[in-house]
Ligand binder design. Structure first.
Ligand code: PLZ
Length: 451
């Protein structure tokens, strides 16, 4: 196996799993105690190892442990943490100026990021972009833009969908715990329809699931009242659910037929994560609008809405903005990250990760009947855990496997409406040998749970 993620792409850190204390170690444990007394209990921590450096495929903690990173800060550090190109672009920009507010006195970086987004997102029609700080903010603005353009109010989202934690996006998010519980009331005019979830749809195909969803829209909302249908091409927090072929396209076609703005939320799936620049491309869908964040700027806070010029320009002048949206340092990071993705054929790097992970996980599924499903594309891969012989989700097993992986120096995440999905989001700079080693630890975790 060639190790295509060449050492030159991985920064200076030794690319190894190395544990010198238990996990978490004493320094992290002391910091976690300070966290408990300084930080709101509402802010959770999944794995309390306090990070001091990161790059390539590893995170180094305050105790000197080197952990394999299969999370990328939730699909953010796609080009590698502290990617040297990004670091140098950020350093140059931060020394020049940190902020002016684009709405007050603009700068070229903002315009260049918008040009790159307009060029890279699906479709060769005329496009415009606007920049924001977080994924949730991008989704909120996509809704604002779609409502202004259509002069309609209803917003259609999917079961298992995730769109953020602000009031509007909480309402759009499906899962109650931990995102919505006790935080209502939520914004009105949000409607949820069935997603395509091949593992759990009892053989119903993508177009049939779309038919169920669109019939629901017709009967319960009226297509003529719908401003936007907002869909993640692969559902992230909902469980890395890859829709059955035809579902995503049928939903886009329905939107087009009824003058509804079709929005692809590519905040998690975008920027080469799934082996294409954007996951919508897999089914040749050209969304009217696309929301991006996460992988766009290697961890600097940046998000965007990109789409058809006539829709994006339907908003009155001054209607979109915010103090920090498109901050110059974040824009410099984005331009460097995008340049890296283009020069290194990042979609191909993601597909290589898929070609290592999927066969290995499928082998494990034969050995361990708790693995009900292996799915995902590129470097966005998951296994769904069930109680063997049933379809019942096994969130406890997901928790036990996570603990084992964490204790053995592999940073993994769970996800899903039932918390029973084990997901993998390695950076594209992950050395393949390290990826194999992490999969070996996962295998040991299954063996330990079975004994
Ligand atoms: N849309 C598709 O995946 C963020 C959430 C983590 P923000 N997903 C990670 C957590 O527990 O808060 C996400 C997403 C999709 C929107 C968002 C929201 O992006 O940058 O977190 O606001």
């Amino acid at each position: 196996m060639t190790d295509t993620a060449a050492p030159s792409l991985q920064g200076a850190l030794p690319q190894e799993r190395r544990l010198v204390t238990e996990i978490p170690g004493p320094v992290s444990t002391a910091l976690q105690a300070r966290k408990q007394s300084a930080v709101s209990a509402g802010v959770g921590v999944m794995l309390p190892v306090y990070v001091v450096r990161a790059g390539g495929g590893v995170l180094i903690d305050a105790d000197g442990n080197s952990l394999i990173d299969l999370a990328s800060g939730i699909a953010v550090t796609t080009v590698g943490n502290a990617n040297p190109d990004v670091v140098s672009a950020v350093q140059t920009q931060v020394a020049a100026f940190t902020h002016t507010c684009f709405m007050v006195t603009p700068y070229s970086g903002y315009v260049e990021v918008c040009e790159a987004l307009n060029r890279l997102t699906p479709g060769d029609h005329e496009k415009r972009s606007a920049l924001f700080n977080s994924g949730a903010e991008a989704v909120e603005n996509a809704v604002k833009i779609a409502r202004a353009y259509t002069k309609r109010q209803a917003v259609v989202v999917l079961e298992h969908g995730y769109h953020g934690r602000t009031n509007l996006t909480m309402g759009m998010t499906a899962k109650n715990m931990p995102y919505k519980h006790s935080f209502g009331p939520f914004a009105p005019e949000i409607y949820r329809v069935p997603a395509s979830y091949p593992f759990r749809d009892r053989g119903l195909k993508g177009p049939e699931m779309a038919e169920i969803a669109t019939t629901r829209i017709d009967r319960e909302i009226g297509a003529e009242n719908v401003a936007a249908i907002i869909i993640e091409p692969i559902q992230g927090e909902g469980g890395f659910i890859v829709p059955d072929p035809g579902y995503f396209k049928a939903m886009a076609d329905f939107a087009q037929a009824h003058g509804i703005v079709f929005v692809a939320d590519e905040i998690q799936s975008g920027f080469c994560r799934t082996g294409d620049w954007f996951a919508s491309e897999y089914e040749d869908v050209v969304p009217d609008l696309i929301t991006t964040a996460k992988g766009i700027a290697d961890g600097m806070p940046l998000a965007a809405v990109t789409g058809r010029a006539e829709i994006m320009d339907a908003v009155h002048a001054g209607g979109l903005g915010g103090t920090y949206g498109g901050n110059p340092v974040a824009c410099a990071a984005a331009l460097a990250a995008i340049g890296w993705m283009e020069r290194n054929d990042a979609p191909a790097l993601a597909r290589e990760i898929e070609s290592i992970m999927i066969p290995r996980l499928k082998e494990m599924a034969v050995q361990f009947p708790a693995i009900g499903d292996v799915r995902g594309r590129g470097a966005m891969i998951a296994i769904e855990l069930i109680k063997p012989g049933t379809m019942d989700p096994d969130a406890e097993l997901a928790g036990a496997l996570s603990r084992f992986c964490h204790q053995h120096g592999v940073v993994t995440l769970t996800t899903g409406t039932h918390g029973n999905i084990f997901r993998f989001l390695p950076p594209l700079t992950m050395p393949h040998a390290l990826l194999e080693e992490a999969l070996g630890i996962l295998e040991q975790a299954f063996e330990a749970s079975a004994s």
